[in-house]
Design a binder for this molecule. Sequence first.
Ligand SMILES: [Zn+2]
Length: 169
Amino acid sequence: MFRIVRTARRLHFERLILLSESSSPFLEYFKGFENVEAVKKIFGQKTSEVLRSLKVDFIWAGYMGVNDYNGHIVVNSNYLNNGDRTDIYLDIIHELVHVKQYMEGRELFDSHYDYVERPTEIEAYRYAVEEARRLGWNDAKICGYLKTEWMSNADLKKLATNLDVCCDR
Ligand SMILES: [Zn+2]
């Protein structure tokens, strides 16, 4: 089950816009994130202000992403309840970078680029990788986080190289 979760999580799920019943305040479900240093690095002095107005939409499928129509974080509540805690934490860091990009008016899913080369993805992964390193993860563990079944070894290498992570084992 978890492998399936990991697979679909980044399998272009971020592109999927699934209908959600209602929006909830982000901070209601992700308490204290306005005090997380890694999050403050993303939004700076605007951290509290941004997170206070950020909405989260729960969906029935997929994993996590940012809706590029309204800037909301979308999360599968099942993944949130059952996924690996640290993976979810790093995913949130990643998605919050996309929220910042959305606020800057950037194109989140520029199809001119492959996923592993897309500047918005590289930037989002950079924040997550930096936080993983701070948590003591070595490159092998980070590679495990980056790797998904749909990603070829060549693509993983490209992504890892773009992130200065060594996945040669
Ligand atoms: Zn992303």
